[in-house]
Structures are given as C-alpha cells and as structure tokens.
Design a protein around this ligand. Structure first.
Ligand code: AMP
Length: 602
C-alpha cells in the first residue's frame, strides 16, 4: 500500500462553477463514461470549451495549465463529433511527447467505453512504425500523434489527412519549444479540409501567436486564469542559502516534508545525474530522468515514479515534458530556469486536477532578483521561508512517524501467529516505554544526523562543516578517530546475510584482522560496516567480485547520513509498496562459501 499522506481527491480546492456535464450538451453514452471515471462536475476549462466545441466550426484558443482537465475539454466534443460510419481519419490530436499521446489516447477510449467504439490510434516516435501503419490502415478515426512521427507517416502516405475535420493542438507552447514548428506547418498544410482547430496552451509566446495567425480563423480565446499566470492552487516558496550549502538545503527541505512526492528540476543533464547519485547515496528514494537515458530506462523510471515506488524524480526540463502525474506534492527548482514560462511549466506539474501543490526554489542571493522577476511576470506570490533547522526536521519526522504508526494498516491474520512471541518479548515494557522505542526506530537516524546540524540560513552564524560530516555525527567522529571507514553494501538480511557470516568472510576470505573491523549493521536490503582504511580496497573490490542471488554485489563508501544513526531505517520501506519477503530466518546457512546462488562473477 502506498503510504503517502497526500489526499487522493482530484477536486480538492477547485473553484468549479455550478453547471453539470448534462448542461454542456454531451450525449448520454459519454456522460455515462465520464461518470464511471468519477467526473461529477465539469472543471472551468471543460465548462467553457465543451459547449463551444460541440457547435459550429469555430477555431478556439484555450489558455489553460496542464492538470486542469483539458483532455476531456477537447476529447469529449471531439468524440461526439466523429461520424461512426464514416471512413478515414476525422480527428487529429497533436501532443508534444510520446507519454502524453499514450495518455490522451487511453483517456479517449475510457470516455467512450459506453459509446460507439471509436478507433483511436496513438502514433509517436521511438516505437516501430510498421505496427502504427497497420493500426491506421485498420480504420483509425482519431489519431493522437507527436508531430515528427506524423510527418513521417504523411510522407509514407500512411496517414491521409484530407478528411480530418478537427485538429487539436495540445500543449502547443511545448510543441513549439521542442522545435516542432516545421512539422506543424507540414501537418496543418496537409489537412486541407479541416473545419476547426482547437489550440490548448499554458502560455502564449509569439510562436504560438504565429501558428494562430497563420492557420486559424478568428479564433475565440478562452482564458482560464491570465496569461502566463500560475495555477492558483500552487503556493510558491523560496529558500536562500550560500552556493555550497545548496545540496544540504535541498536535503533539509526534503527531510522537513516527510510525505513528499516530488519532482526536482536541474538545469543540465550533468546536474541531474549528480544530484540523483548523491541523493541515492544519501539514502533517498530518488532517481534521475534525463536525455541520456534509453527509452526503456526512461519508461522504467517513469513507471516507478507513477506507481509511487519512487519518491523523488530529478529531471531536466526537456526530460520532464509530458510528465502527467496528477498528485505530485512538490516541485523543487534546484537550478532556477531563465524564463518565467519555464517556471510556470515546472510549477504546473504540481497542483493538478484541483489538488494543492507547493513549488519550492532553492536559490543563492544572486538569484533572488530572478525570483522577483518571475513573481512579477506570473503574478504569483512568493514567500521566503527560513531553511528548517535540524531540530525542526527531527520534529517533522517524529510526528510523521507517529502519524504513520497511528494510521498503519494491520494484516490481522498474518501478524496474529507472531503476537504471543512478540508479547512475551516485550512484556517487561510499559506502554510509555514501548511507544518511545517504536518512535525511536526511525527517529534516532534523523536525530543522530541532525543532532548538531548548523543553521544554513544566510546570515546565520555557523562553521564550515558540511551536513553529516564528523562533528555533527558522533558515530562518524568515533570512526574517524579509530581510522575506520564506513562502507555500504547492497546486500542484507533478505539475502540471508548474517553478521556472523559476514564477519567470517572478512576475516577468512579477505584476511582482515579483527582489530580493523568495527560495527557491522545488517539491514533488510542493505548493510553498513566499518573497516580499517588499509583494507578498504581489498574488501571493496573483493566483495564486488561476488553475486548474491544473481545480483551483483555493490560496495560504496557510506555517507555519514545513511550510516550515522544506527537506527537501521530503510527509507524505501516507508514509501510505496512494501518490497515484501525477506525474513531474517531464511537460509541461515553460510552464503559466503560458494553456494550455487552465490557465485563469483568471473
Ligand atoms: P488533464 O488536465 O486532462 O491532464 O486532467 C488532469 C486530471 O484531472 C486527470 O487525472 C483527469 O482524470 C482529472 N479530471 C479531469 N476532469 C475532471 C473532472 N471534471 N472531474 C474530476 N477529475 C477530472
């Protein structure tokens, strides 16, 4: 079960007007379809666009942010105006990304599940063209396409646009940003018999104006919120810090929002990779999305994020285009964009579908003026907040833990057989002692890390120490004094690794003397251990020669943060689906002696 504390209601906080979908002129089958999806009241963009799009052949420009319900605003009237008996492509929707194409096509199929089975086909680059051609030939009535792939299909005479009556340009500003100008010209030029264009855009830059003036006939402009204005459901906050404290400030902000489901923006691919790597090393449930990833890796990361198995997605602007995840709680600008329009797009990834959202910027004083500029252009209110102190982070975490315990679902049948043993084990503890211990399991980790964390607000008196360095973390300090280095390995209890066996592996296989071995903490999916500086290379490279249960063993230097607390918390466990399995009792025999599931790689 996902354990996010974000309300699932898609309508929270939306100032919808009072008309109903029936009032808008939709046919009963489509009404049944959207009602089955839980749409009860039209959103403002639906209320304004649907009646106009159902009648006559006017061109429309709707200025609406993503997440305002625009897919149904164009999708429902488009479906209603398709002649089920006519052949050929009648409706065309152009979207900037493959993800959006797939999403829009599937939304249309869902809206019409009680109506005529319209043939909706999604075509986009990065996938085989032959299958797409076959689908079009099988009688597509509506095509949802990225412009580049559609031009390819037109050139191969596989997509004929002569019968297209209605064209939707979805996220027109994004398409033009992505360099689809020429493709749009080709497509709009090929759709010779079109009756109307419905253009949807969050912003109205000159390139969009040019498309409107070249191809549209006296378009009616519908504004949901003013031009370039940001969504009212989003609050804008910023934190000021010194340049070399930016990463620590990011961690503080994330740690002070324990239920965060966030998208972190960086300006470059390299920054994205670096921040993601650093966050993963520091124990966060994070991953990167950038242009160097193969499509299959992109899909894998996006599926994890969408399925909430990934809590923080770190992305470039280009890679994040088309991300349609409706319940992102926070957008964090780790690298500020140059253009206010890009800020609007970034922040528009939260506060979708009537949810509230928070857009955070972490900036150095040099960039404060940029914030002011964006505020003027977008008319958003930016609030400067102090970077949370270590104590504040611990307090937030503590109450998150307590709330989590309170709302924790119990698998009665599964836990029942263990209860007598658990009662027996804990029988000498009072209720107060028990509560304290349960709360401390996770809390200790944050406490140890943040115990003497410095104030990183601009102007605060503080030393130069970086977060988690010796000085803030008593464990790290002790290790440093004794010449031990803390290592992390991606193996744990669930692989059947025990402290005893690991110790004998260190002393036997790697010949590390007992005096150069410190604490060994075996957690469920990973472990930390302290080893003398002189043996780090031998142990590290030695262990990395192994696979365990078919998985490569990976060893890294542990950051003070993930290693310091000794609380043994596993961040993944708090988030998303439980990864299940993995009792410590499984396979108590030695894993470290050449068992079939534990082989040297070479
Ligand atoms: P969109 O702007 O089309 O991407 O829509 C954003 C989200 O709002 C999607 O998850 C839709 O399913 C949802 N949505 C759209 N219209 C409504 C509505 N009238 N009532 C409830 N949810 C809606």
């Amino acid at each position: 079960m996902p354990s996010l504390d974000i309300s699932p209601s898609p309508l929270r906080g939306t100032p919808f007007l009072m008309s109903t979908f029936q009032d808008l002129g939709l046919n009963p089958e489509l009404l049944k379809g959207i009602s089955s999806l839980g749409f009860e009241t039209p959103t403002p963009v639906q209320e304004q666009v649907i009646p106009r799009a159902l009648e006559g052949d006017h061109d429309l420009i709707a200025l609406a942010q993503t997440g305002t319900g625009k897919t149904a605003a164009f999708g429902l009237p488009l479906l209603q105006r398709i002649d089920p008996n006519a052949k050929g492509i009648q409706g065309l929707i152009l979207c900037p990304t493959r993800e959006l194409c797939v999403q829009v096509a599937s939304d249309l199929v869902n809206y019409s599940k009680f109506a005529h089975q319209y043939k909706v086909v999604a075509v986009y680059g990065g996938a085989g063209i032959t299958g797409q051609i076959a689908q079009i030939k099988a009688g597509a009535q509506i095509i949802v396409a990225t412009p580049g792939r559609l031009v390819d299909l037109i050139e191969r005479r596989a997509a004929k646009l002569e019968n297209v009556a209605r064209i939707v340009l979805d996220e027109a500003d994004e398409m033009l940003n992505m360099g689809f100008q020429e493709s749009l010209d080709t497509i709009l030029g090929a759709a010779t018999d079109r009756k109307s264009i419905w253009l949807f855009s969050a912003t109205m830059p000159d390139e969009v104006r040019r498309i409107a003036s070249s191809y549209m006939n006296k378009p009616e402009e519908i504004r949901i919120g003013g031009r370039n204005e940001t969504n009212q459901n989003i609050s804008h906050q910023y934190y000021l810090c010194r340049a070399d404290d930016r990463y620590d400030a990011l961690k503080r902000v994330v740690d002070a929002n324990p239920g965060i489901y966030g998208l972190i923006f960086c300006r470059t691919k390299n920054d994205t990779k670096e921040v993601a790597e650093q966050m993963i090393r520091d124990g966060y449930n994070a991953d990167a999305l950038h242009g160097d990833l193969a499509q299959s890796d992109r899909d894998r990361v996006m599926n994890r994020f969408r399925g909430r198995n990934l809590q923080l997605l770190i992305a470039t602007d280009v890679a994040a285009r088309g991300i349609d995840v409706s319940e992102i709680s926070h957008v964090i600008n780790y690298g500020m964009p140059d253009e206010p329009e890009i800020y609007t797009h970034r922040s528009g990834r939260t506060g979708r579908a009537g949810n509230t959202g928070i857009s955070i910027s972490i900036v150095t004083p040099k960039f404060e003026e940029k914030i002011m500029q964006i505020a003027r252009k977008t008319k958003a209110n930016f609030e400067r907040l102090p970077i949370p102190t270590g104590v504040e982070v611990c307090e937030k975490q503590l109450f998150h833990i307590i709330h989590g315990i309170h709302t924790q679902e119990v698998s009665e049948a599964e836990i029942e057989p263990y209860m007598p043993k658990i009662y027996e084990e804990l029988k000498d503890l009072t209720k107060e002692e028990l509560i304290k211990r349960f709360a401390s399991v996770e809390f200790n980790r944050f406490l140890a890390y943040y115990r003497s964390a410095r104030d990183i607000n601009i102007g605060a008196k503080s030393g130069k120490r970086r977060e988690g360095e010796a000085g803030g973390d008593g464990f790290a300090r002790d290790r440093e004094r004794s010449g031990l280095v803390r290592l992390f390995a991606n193996i744990g209890d669930m692989d059947g690794v025990t402290k005893k066996e690991f110790l004998s592996l260190l002393t036997g296989e790697f010949k590390v003397p007992g005096s150069a071995i410190g604490t060994i903490d075996v957690n469920r999916a990973y472990m930390h251990f302290d080893i003398g500086q002189d043996f780090v290379q031998t142990v590290r490279f030695g262990l990395e020669e192994f696979t365990i249960n078919g998985r490569r063993v990976r060893v890294d230097e542990a950051s003070a943060r993930s290693g310091g607390g000794g609380g043994g918390g596993d961040r993944d466990r708090k988030f998303g689906k439980s990864s299940g399995g993995g009792g410590g009792d499984r396979d108590k025999g030695s894993k470290w002696g050449g068992k079939p599931d534990h082989k040297r790689r070479r």
